[in-house]
Design a protein around this ligand. Structure first.
Ligand code: ASP
Length: 333
């Protein structure tokens, strides 16, 4: 029987009702007591690393989860991480950079409804996660509502219904139907995992709206060393305000800040070269674009890269080098 480590971090799945709303209270042993079926699938040990609503997850917690995996890696065949759904896609992306080439499955799951609700997705999601941890692919994945989504490609796209996650610009890897795993895509994984221990959290995300004030861009460029701008469509910067946005970004880039352009459109990604508002930027400034990467992956990848280097050519090389299929668009850097 396979040995799986369950790493609990909180979330709705482990929540109880309090006077002010749901709050994580249940420990992993209590969670497992709701699903005796798991004991027939694998042998589970439990480690409670946090008990948090995932709104309160910070990059420090990503490092803590990665550390728990590293410290226990050799003793287990796979890992199930129970986690709140709200920031699960960020954690999945971050773990994909912090634990690379894992031959063993690292599976995140959670639920939209607590495990003690009559109508809950918790039991199915947890059971499926253990099945996948026993016989799925290595690397970081989310198992949710019968779907298996690559950790670098996940996004929460429904706030209430059970189909909470979608795979963005990449197909689902597998489905689980009535406890049967149908693996559509086998991910390549290495023989030995590579663990990283550092993130530079000085990364900010600015979502543009029509009429965004240049003072906001200026503030973000001042306060963060890595700035991701979620622009419109395939990407560009507004030219009103006498080109003020461009000047702010140029000066930030000249001061060694790393700027990444991406899009707020959910699917298909950026291509700055299509319109003048993006092409002018791309051809005159040393900045990056996320292409088909998710914003969650771009944020985590930039933190991971900046934890190692600030030298633009190296940042550029690492950003465009695919990790766990996070970027498919081929770039001649
Ligand atoms: N607020 C919860 C969390 O992310 C939502 C959930 O788990 O579904 O922790």
């Amino acid at each position: 029987m396979k040995k799986i480590l369950m790493i609990a971090t909180g979330g709705t799945i482990a929540s109880e009702m309090t006077p002010s709303g749901l709050s994580p209270e249940l420990n992993p042993q209590q969670l497992l007591s709701f699903i005796p079926r798991v004991a027939e699938i694998c042998q589970v040990d439990c480690l409670q690393v946090y008990s948090l609503d995932s709104t309160n997850i910070h990059p420090e917690h990503w490092l803590g989860i990665a550390r728990a995996i590293e410290e226990n890696y050799d003793r287990y065949d796979g890992f199930v991480i129970s986690h709140g759904t709200d920031t699960m896609a960020y954690t999945a992306a971050a773990l994909s950079y912090l634990v690379q080439n894992s031959p063993k499955p690292i599976v995140l799951t959670g639920a939209q409804k607590p495990i003690w609700f009559d109508s809950t997705d918790s039991k199915r999601n947890l059971t499926d996660a253990f099945i996948y941890a026993c016989c799925g692919c290595g690397g970081v994945q989310i198992v949710f509502n019968g779907k298996v989504i690559l950790g670098t490609r996940a996004r929460k796209t429904y706030s209430k219904s059970f189909q909470a996650f979608s795979s963005v610009n990449y197909p689902d890897l597998a489905v689980l139907q009535d406890e049967h795993l149908l693996q559509y895509i086998r991910c390549e994984c290495g023989e030995q995992p590579v663990f990283y221990h550092k993130l530079d959290t000085n990364v900010g995300l600015l979502k543009l709206i029509p009429g965004t004030k240049r003072e906001l861009v200026s503030f973000m460029a001042e306060h963060y060393d890595g700035l991701i701008i979620e622009s419109f469509g395939v990407g560009g910067l507004p030219e009103y305000d006498c080109g003020g946005f461009y000047d702010i970004i140029r000066s930030a880039v000249e001061r060694g800040k790393i700027v990444v352009m991406t899009t707020q459109v959910p699917n298909e990604g950026s291509d700055l070269t299509v319109y003048h508002v993006g092409g002018h930027l791309k051809s005159t400034l040393r900045l990056l674009e996320a292409y088909d990467m998710t914003t969650e992956a771009a944020v985590a990848k930039l933190m991971w890269i900046m934890g190692q280097t600030r030298e633009f050519a190296e940042v550029e090389r690492m950003f465009y080098a695919p990790v766990a299929k996070d970027i498919l668009y081929s770039v001649e850097a």
